[in-house]
Design a protein around this ligand. Sequence first.
Ligand SMILES: Cc1ncc(COP(=O)(O)O)c(C=O)c1O
Length: 437
Amino acid sequence: MNDQTTPRSTDALRAAARKHLLFYGRDFADVIITRAAGAYMYDSTGRAILDFSSGQMCATIGHNHPAIRTALEKAARDVIHLDSTKLAPAVIELAEELCALLPPSLQKALFLSTGSESNEAAIRLAKLHTGGFEIAALSGSWHGMTAGSQASTYASGRRGYGPSLPGTFALPPPNAFRCPIRHCQDRCTGTCLDVGFELFDGWSVGAGAAVIVEPIQSANGMIVPPEGYLKRLKRFCADRGMLLIFDEAQTGLGRTGSMFAFESEDVVPDVITLSKTLGAGVPLSATITSDTIDADARTKSFSFYTSHVSDPMTAEVGLAVVRLITAERLADRARDLGQHLMAGLRELQQRFEVIGDIRGRGLLVGVELVEDRHSRRPAHDLMQRVTRRCLDMGLNINKAGGPNAVWRIAPPLTIEPSELDAGIGLLDEALRGCGAR
Ligand SMILES: Cc1ncc(COP(=O)(O)O)c(C=O)c1O
């Protein structure tokens, strides 16, 4: 056991991790991170690693931003936690300031801890409000690991746990690079949406409650729907008396170049959920809906208590994050830096045949690796080797895309253009070093 006075060696920490940490999906990287600041993490040897994934796509304002530190210190001085009937000013102000960024039909917020919980609450609200129980989501989506949100998660983790929730249905996603209905090539016409709802209508017992979607699917490989898709989706929902839930865990609060991804689509959901980017590294999420749905849910005794509902400490951080993103116009910055990133990656694509596709919006970008552009077979082995080499060279990038080989590039919105260039340079070097053509 550690005597808690001498710092432990990296090897000793790794050995303790192997002994005591339960496997939860992916092996841990060899590095032990002892500090993080801005766009960088620093390992136990003091080596800097540029973080192109903002931690778990959360640290949008950079790691350990002083505003977060100040908010945490304030909460530690004032109030960290209360019972679920008590409110602290930060919670009320967060609701007020967040709702001020949203349309008039999204003005009632519930604050929870994780993205899974926020979707769980959204799904429960939809069921209670509509009286239905059927939930459709896009295949390849990720909405969380708790029972309700996991039932609508199709990216992974479905096998081996027994029955999922009855009434959940997967629609084909608008993936232009790999059309799920083998209809389009490189330009999605949205036919998948018609086909999906034809299938849904045949399958449904007439108890539709909601469709839940990420406006840009992230775990599925940065799938950006074609213009008009989300608007049509809203109409499909309304025609069936179903609510539309946008899960903006990753896309919300500036990452895609607008405050919320739905803004660029001229469509407003019935419920929006926010998480990762709202706490920017602390566990805070929100489920936001209309006055009408809130009033109806109240008459039907809606409940969603958790130990940390409306917690002051995380709200204090959320408030600081919302204020900083607004004051520093980080959504505009993400839009501009996104163009810079895209241009750098497109230049790489001209030199590497294995880069089959680049897509995304703002600072949420997917880079899909293929064995060759004709077969489009996913280049998993190459992706694994290059990802590993990047980390060795000081760049953290993560894989997404389910069965396909897609890097998700989602650095903090506060990253400097020179840091973006440095990351692209490292990626270039790693691709060359691994023999990519
Ligand atoms: C779009 C989306 N929704 C929900 C979640 C679940 O959030 P959490 O892991 O905080 O429960 C995730 C997590 O990756 C996500 O990407």
